[in-house]
Design a protein. Sequence first.
Length: 256
Amino acid sequence: MSKTGDSPEQPQATLIEHLIELRSRLLRSVVAILVIFLGLYPFANDIYTFVAQPLMALLPEGAQMIATEVASPFLAPFKLTLVVAVFIAIPYVLHQAWAFVAPGLYDNEKALAVPILASSVMLFYAGAAFAYYVVFPLLFQFFTQTGPEDVAVMTDINAYLNFVLKLFFAFGVAFEIPIATFLLIASGVTTVESLSKKRPYILLGCFVVGMLLTPPDIISQSLLAVPMYLLYEVGLLFGRLARRKKQRREVEEEDA
């Protein structure tokens, strides 16, 4: 009788414990972001200057960026600093998410999840760095040199920030393609051979995604689509290596 009475309460107690832990993990993540933001905020204008440097370096002598809204000189650096704080806190936030879900995973899943999480973070950072150091100089050089001679380039600081944040996010997500490809192969959803046969469609899809995620010009679309396809090939390579390793392990187990 007591068993029957206790059984509905146990799942409820477990659910409440999970919700409390989830709240704790979320609060820690938010606090970490706020602490980083408060530490960076005194340098908000310097951070914005750094992000704007690829365009500023290409503006004609005497030209400068402008603010067309009253609050833009405050809001643009503020928003950028908050985004940078989230960007820096990503490893800690993912660590909190990992600590929440890890107890429910098997050992082999944990062994696979840790390198995947670490690789995802590094690839996202690499995508943002690629956008800043490779894409921005080429893109802004094209934009500033193709306009009419009698048109002065005076970009609004808020419009510029929205533009570069979109590109940062697009390239950061695009650089996750090797992880997505590897997971599809490792989970058995598809095979290396199947994906290899679909290369023409993948290439076309990369340009479609580049068209959707970047500004409407062929330069930025190509600068996103080509790396996406190359990263897809990298994912296929790691998928082949993982398959060979799995086959080798199965052969060793059979021999044993």
